[in-house]
Design a protein around this ligand. Sequence first.
Ligand SMILES: [Zn+2]
Length: 199
Amino acid sequence: MQRPTTPDDALAELLAGNERFVTGARIHPHQDAERRAEIAEAQKPFAVVFGCSDSRLSAEIIFDRGLGDLFVIRTAGHIVGAEVLASIEYGITVLGTPLLVVLGHDQCGALQATKDAKAGVLDPPPGLLPIVDRIRPILDDTAAAGITDPDEITAAHVRSTMEQLSSGDAQLAEALAAKECGLVGFTYRLQDGRVTIVQ
Ligand SMILES: [Zn+2]
């Protein structure tokens, strides 16, 4: 399996891997001792995946990939902070990865906690506020737009994260603007394991 070098090829590889996962036809690539030895000196992943930390959202499993394929950063609710930006920037500009993925999902605990806090049924402990406070504006915006479908709210949250990543002042934003690296958002459905591209 050749390493994808363009955004389109990297996207196609991820979608193909997800299809194998969904249909129960995983081939578990790059998970053996040969691969381990091959990449011990240097990594050359083909996608940076920034997703939610949810334990049901393991990138290498849902895209049927292995060692050295994906550069993965995860935070609860895919909340962006300085370390996240630096990690993504490393994956894109230093490792030369051709695709950046934002991976959200249904039944997200971070979104639900924020929804509950907004409704007044949950008083989040101060330690969770960096997450809740960052998601709240998205819920405010979707509510103002009359959006109630949970899937649409999930997609709006992914879109918001994509905008944050592409509007920063770092090299990352430049690389995305210059199309050296592609940017795609996925929502993942826990029940069937399928990712859908966020338009
Ligand atoms: Zn989540």
